[in-house]
Design a protein around this ligand. Sequence first.
Ligand code: ZN
Length: 347
Amino acid sequence: MTDDAASDPRYSRQVRFAGFGREGQRRLASAHALLVGVGALGTHLASHLIRAGIGRLTLVDRDVVDASNLQRQILFDAEDARLGRAKASAAASRLLATRPDATIDAHAAEFDVDFYERLGARPDLLLDGTDNFATRYLINDLAVRDGIPWVHGGAVGSTGTGMTVLPGETPCLRCLMPSAPPTAETGSCETIGVLAPAVAHVAAFQAAESLKILGGRREAVTRGILHVDVWRGTHGIRMRDARPDPTCTTCGKREFPAIGVSSDDTVRLCGRDAIQVRPPAGTRLDLDALAARLALAGIPCERPGPVVRFETEDCRITVFAGGRALLFGIDDPMRARSLYDRWVGAR
Ligand SMILES: [Zn+2]
């Protein structure tokens, strides 16, 4: 496959582009990227990379598809939303329909240090498709620690930003932002909305940066921060050719604060009327047994893929194989925990 990639007719237009060429295609065919978050940016990015001929793509996302996602999350359809399919696996099946020979590892899971360490082989690239700074700092710290390039992206309202981090060569996220800005300052998709073209613009930037890195053309990587506003029609690169800050916690002191932080077992999902509850590490839950328990209690459940879905006390609950659950229509973490313990009980 790797040897033939440069002659594969599916990639002929891309190979013809001199900046990428046959060598870029061959390298891409043996490259592995880890995409964190398969939402708005993530679905665009995954589509670009799979169509471009990446060898292996690992997808991780903790959420399920909702009707409000369809405006901008291009790999999902109305049926995915109706069934509440896990985003990672719904995206993977769509991508495989486009390119059946692709290697795609889909994980309906939380991205944390344990997940990353369990992956085994280190990816060649980390991609930010997330919607929160806690995860971005974790990606940043893992990438700088392991010397792996990563591409940041974010979009809200009509605006977006993007930046490539080449550890040791360009500033990392902490060089520019030692701590996360408060959401009240930046706004979120929930509070001020987001336009799909702003997402598409940032994802296009991230995908192009990925092709340069994975195609072996690091000299072409954008050295600076992309700022775009699709409503005002502005697009520019700021802080061009900046270097890593020697006083940065991560780059300078080689400290990685996000790696030591264990994530909460009960968290509110950004932009969703939902709370995630996680069992202790290493818990296994038999979904068949759970479905049987619910049936005994007279609670109907659905099995759209490797999850169990049911509704009780005005709360919709989706349970994944590892015991992790998303509870919708609820805003009190204590009540979520209590409902979880009562009905799922993977402890
Ligand atoms: Zn830094």
